[in-house]
Design a protein around this ligand. Structure first.
Ligand code: BDR
Ligand code: CA
Length: 313
């Protein structure tokens, strides 16, 4: 497989951090062109900072990090400190970042990068609300046919919702942005809660991260320990779901995941079901498929990959 050029759009977030670390640990398969931060789990001032801290943890202060939109397109920002802690990255004690934040706005970086590279060569990997990506598509519609694919974490079908009874957090925070992305015509690969709730950090998997023994392995164990308290209490599950790393894992090992090519529409009107991903999983409509919507993951294979790659950093 040829090396994939990607932009990671993110709101770190412990699971975002692990997704970034996995990408940076996989230079044979993935070239990270830049990281764009968006408001989501915590406000933008923290997500852009956290993104730089993660790059430094990985020993990659050369990665360019850009700040993007500080609020959703048409709604007030909803954050998730109740899951991720006050900083968004609670758990390990990481040093303040030294590497600079880039001056260019994240949306312009996305546009310029897609235009500068060969058509069909740049993949976008959104791990948070879709505000930056939607803004880029709105501002520069010419980039849509040039984007190879958008591989994103968001939505749910059988799992329905985590921030409301009917919506997953990333889509709920900015449903208008999600609607733009899902209607963009760009090939979409979607990692919904249906998959990510199967990627649970059990005690044994957490021990495996810690046993790596490096600053990265220990920090990842501390991150997942921190945010598992919330999910264990809420779902009675064995550990925290590692949502966002499913995106970067798919780029490396797509065979670990299975899904269906179906139509997915975003609810943007009803306050009750705002941000719901209405996935035509059973193909009961004639609406044209617009997304490869994942449904299952080989969780052991996923964690083996993650542990093996994190040990390289
Ligand atoms: C998504 O929301 C955030 O809390 C996580 O980082 C993930 O991207 C899961 O619903
Ligand atoms: Ca995220």
């Amino acid at each position: 497989m040829s090396k994939q050029k990607i932009i990671i759009d993110t709101d770190p977030g412990q699971d975002d951090a692990v997704a970034i670390l996995l990408a940076l640990a996989s230079p044979d398969e993935i070239e990270v062109l830049g990281i764009t931060a968006v408001a989501g789990n915590v406000p933008l001032a923290l997500t852009q900072r956290n993104a730089r801290m993660v790059c430094e943890l990985a020993g990659r202060p050369d990665i360019r990090v850009f700040a993007g939109c500080d609020r959703p397109l048409g709604r007030d920002l909803v954050t998730a400190e109740h899951v991720h802690g006050k900083s968004g990255l609670d758990g390990p004690v990481l040093p303040d970042p030294v590497m600079p934040l880039q001056e260019q706005h994240a949306v312009d970086f996305i546009i310029d990068t897609v235009r500068e590279h060969a058509s069909g060569s740049v993949t976008l990997c959104p791990l948070g609300p879709l505000t930056n990506v939607a803004m880029a598509l709105e501002k520069a519609p010419d980039i849509a046919p040039r984007i190879r694919q958008i591989v994103l974490m968001g939505g749910a079908y059988f799992e329905v919702g985590n921030i409301t009874p009917s919506a997953e957090f990333n889509i709920y925070v900015d449903p208008q942005a999600a609607r733009i992305v899902f209607r963009s015509g760009v090939p979409l690969v979607v990692m919904p809660l249906d998959v990510t709730h199967k990627a649970l950090v059990t005690a044994a998997r957490n021990d495996a991260f810690r046993a790596i023994g490096s600053p990265v392995g220990i920090a990842v164990a501390q991150m997942t320990e921190f945010f598992e308290r919330f999910d264990k209490e809420k779902y009675g599950s064995l550990g925290a779901p590692l949502h966002d790393p499913c995106v970067t894992a798919w780029l490396i090992r797509p065979d670990l995941f299975t899904g269906r090519h179906v139509n997915v529409e975003i609810e943007t009107q009803s306050e009750l079901t705002m941000g719901m991903t209405v996935a035509d999983w059973w193909r009961v409509t004639r609406r044209a498929p617009n997304a490869l919507f994942m449904g299952d993951v080989d969780a052991d294979g996923f964690f083996d990959l993650l542990t093996e790659r994190l040990a390289r950093l």
